[in-house]
Design a protein around this ligand. Sequence first.
Ligand code: MTE
Ligand code: MO
Length: 403
Amino acid sequence: MKKLTRRQFIERGGLATGVAAMAAPALADADGPPRKLGAPTRPYGERSRFEKSARNGGRQATGVLPSASRTPLQDSVGIITPSSLHFERHHSGVPDIDPGEHRLVIHGLVDRPLVLTMDDIRRLPSVSRIHFLECSGNGSGEWKPQPDSDAQRAHGMVSCSEWTGVPLSVVLREVGVQPAAKWLVAEGADAARMTRSVPLTKAMDDALLAYGQNGEALRPEQGYPLRLLLPGWEGNISIKWLARIKVVDTPYYTREETSKYTDFMPDGTARIFTFDMEAKSIITAPSGGQQLRAKGVHQITGVAWSGRGAIRRVDVSVDGGKTWKIAELQAPVLKKAFTRFRLDWQWDGSEATLLSRCTDDTGYVQPTRAALIATRGLASNYHNNGIQSWHVNADGTVRNGDV
Ligand SMILES: Nc1nc2c(c(=O)[nH]1)N[C@H]1C(S)=C(S)[C@@H](COP(=O)(O)O)O[C@H]1N2
Ligand SMILES: [Mo]
């Protein structure tokens, strides 16, 4: 599609119709009320009191968010999720850990077992990388006959941050991993003692001992003072409040990889160790629960991500998948990170069904919801990356189209 200049855009009835329909204030009023002296500086910033975007508990009762909360994707701009809006999932609450007391023990099949303080860890060579984190249960409502109403409820268990920490490979080289070692077992310091087996290949590849998030220390909800971050893999394995790594020769088949976080297949078997989060995209605006208030220009925008690499392309349809257009990708397009996509759209006031479909740099294409259900059935609770549709009604209200 040829890009319009801003002026052509307005002349062709984009903003012009929109602004007229919204009864724009007269230009004479544009200067506003007299300006008053503003507030002084403050040591730690807060957003404007007019901003209300917040995490919520999805299908759970509102008000109390006992063990999981979701990112308001529908309000998101760019690719970074503010730490205060990063989704949360904790199996026994958020522990209150003094970093001065915290220790990371590394033992098992190693030549030189180590106990590291946070000061020790911060002295080691560090890196910063932008990565999404997604709970494998994200989108599980989409397996159900009555899907969730909005982007946050349906897909809000994914967020994207800049993480800073020490590559796990640095520390593993330091302790001297023995030849028999093939896995490690990572354990958290929360009451759940969350434990997962991690293949040594991933540990030596891009795993991070993360202590930083978006330019400051991790938030307690994200694992303060230290978490494991396994980029592109299901969120559960990124153990928060990380206190112990035992290097071992075999996976330990912990609760979180047997009774939980396995996927039931239609033939009665279950998939286990389904680590990769496969490519997925979602239109964040216009999306379920939002309302188009005027005909004319509405930018369609969203995020796409892949646990296997970088997003290569995003196609967007406004007619339920009959025709597709290639969306613009916002640079930088990073591996295992949110990629923001955009497509200019003129809404003519009639019903429309919006879809996005991404392709990653392995050539993998995001499946339709029907194709996903055809291969995996309906008993799965995890790893739903099917194409999401949003239906725009003639009155401008938007609802989940996956019914
Ligand atoms: N120690 C510990 N680590 C944990 C969990 C937990 O309950 N305890 N929850 C896991 C799950 S299921 C997910 S999806 C991610 C969520 O990370 P977040 O809360 O930072 O978004 O952390 C994982 N790591
Ligand atoms: Mo999770």
